[in-house]
Design a protein around this ligand. Structure first.
Ligand code: 5GP
Length: 202
């Protein structure tokens, strides 16, 4: 059985990266998709772990080759999800989690109508501002772009299957982990197991 595709979106600063890594630490059956990006690495970010960092030219060549399941320009940089990487992991039975922006989420959900969309909200504008400020974003201009984009992104929340409000990290982690678990238990995903159990009664 191929794994589920979980799409997580949120405005920058909502804390989705921390939240997703908490869930990944808890659950060995879910793997992250490592995106490609043309943006420069931040301090501490490792190539191949946090992102695959490529030049804008390399990124465009990948678009031409059809390498991306979805891609988008976000805050002035290019980001994309490798089609092959995701297919391979799902084929191995892992659930795959994409942490992507709302434009990418829309593309991915068109391509995979069974994908599960989760939108992460910060508890308030002030919290978002504080979190972006603390992180330093990539400079003052970048911070302004991210804040402006946040409002448009929030308007997309209604298109997702689930909403997680990231106020208390432990609570939000429980909620996201519960969504992943519940989706695994969907009746439509358990037909084979059910048939096997029924067979043992005959
Ligand atoms: P950051 O520069 O803060 O790492 O990411 C900026 C935005 O790009 C975030 O909303 C992040 O989720 C999104 N992003 C990261 N990887 C991808 C991707 O592969 N595709 C799309 N569409 N967005 C991505």
């Amino acid at each position: 059985m191929i794994g589920n595709l979980i799409i997580v979106s949120a405005p920058s600063g909502a804390g989705k990266t921390t939240l997703v890594s908490e869930v990944l630490n808890r659950d060995e059956r879910i793997k992250p998709s490592v995106s490609f990006t043309s943006r420069a690495p931040r301090n501490g970010e490792k190539d191949g772990v946090h992102y695959n960092f490529v030049s804008a030219d390399e990124f465009r060549a990948m678009i031409e080759r059809g390498d991306f399941l979805e891609w988008a320009e976000v805050h002035g940089n290019l980001y994309g999800t490798s089609r092959r990487f995701v297919e391979q992991l799902r084929g191995e039975g892992f659930d795959v989690i994409l942490t992507i922006d709302v434009q990418g989420a829309e593309q991915a959900r068109k391509l995979f109508p069974d994908a599960v969309g989760v939108f992460i909200l910060p508890p308030s504008y002030q919290t978002l501002l504080d979190r972006l400020d603390t992180r330093g974003a990539n400079g003052a201009e970048d911070l302004q772009i991210r804040l402006r984009n946040a409002q448009d992104e929030l308007a997309q929340a209604k298109h997702f299957d689930y909403i997680v409000i990231n106020d208390d990290l432990a609570q939000a982690t429980n909620e996201l982990a519960a969504i992943v678990l519940a989706e695994r238990c969907r009746a439509s995903r358990r037909n084979e197991q059910v048939a096997k159990i029924i067979n043992t009664f005959e």
